[in-house]
Design a protein around this ligand. Structure first.
Ligand SMILES: [Zn+2]
Length: 215
């Protein structure tokens, strides 16, 4: 922030009234270019949420004497214990903690994605599961092609999260599914080309190159 008055302004003052987006004019007025760009990268939930108190030493945000005691004893090993305030709630649904299990399998858009590819019965989350447990159980239930799809959907979901958080690009369930299926199709074609190399098979695939993310 570049002005002393900014400290009396709430975060909601930086958003357009009744809308879920940052107010460019306000940001331009009170922030320098660096801050403005950083703020614009912060995703805004599409849900109608209200501000609420959150006790950071507790995973669910609830104040307890026990958590307070642990904090004072230095037993809380997390960024917030170092006075770095980190919102660990899922930025998409605001319904649960943003764990790897939640963002890959438990969040609402991911559940819809697994349904869209007809793998919802293969993906089950048991208490205390980690990602490896869930994928291993899915592999036990799936054939080879479905196993491949499980991995590609995980990759596509991860891509969606990065696009949404860092580029403000919102992929739909259809987009997540399409990205995974496209890779699967290309992999099959490449595999077939390898098997028939030298026999004038399909046209070469476009070369994919990794690119450094924009700052
Ligand atoms: Zn979520």
């Amino acid at each position: 922030m570049t002005t002393g008055n900014a400290c009396s302004v709430g975060v909601c003052s930086l958003m357009q009234i009744e809308q879920k987006q940052w107010d460019e004019e306000v940001l331009l007025d009170i922030c320098n270019e660096r801050d403005k760009n950083l703020i614009k990268k912060i995703p805004l939930s599409k849900r109608e949420d209200h501000d609420a108190w959150f006790w950071f030493p507790d995973e669910k945000g609830c104040f307890t004497v026990k958590s307070c005691y642990r904090l004072l004893q230095g037993e809380v090993d997390a960024p917030y214990a170092k006075c770095v305030q980190v919102d660990t709630t899922c930025q998409w649904c605001r319904q649960d903690q943003e764990t790897d299990v939640h963002v890959l399998f438990g969040c609402e858009i991911e559940i819809a994605t697994w349904v869209a590819v007809d793998l919802q019965t293969s993906i089950s989350i048991l208490r205390e599961d980690n990602v490896f447990d869930i994928i291993r159980r899915a592999f036990d239930r799936c054939n080879m092609e479905q196993c491949t799809l499980v991995v590609l959907i995980c990759w596509s979901i991860w891509t969606r999260i990065n696009k949404w958080v860092w580029e403000k690009i919102n992929m739909s369930v259809f987009g997540i599914k399409a990205a995974a299926l496209n890779i699967l199709t290309e992999w099959k074609q490449a595999h077939e080309q390898k098997m028939t190399s030298g026999t004038g098979g399909a046209a070469p695939l476009a070369v994919r190159k990794w690119e450094r993310p924009q700052d």
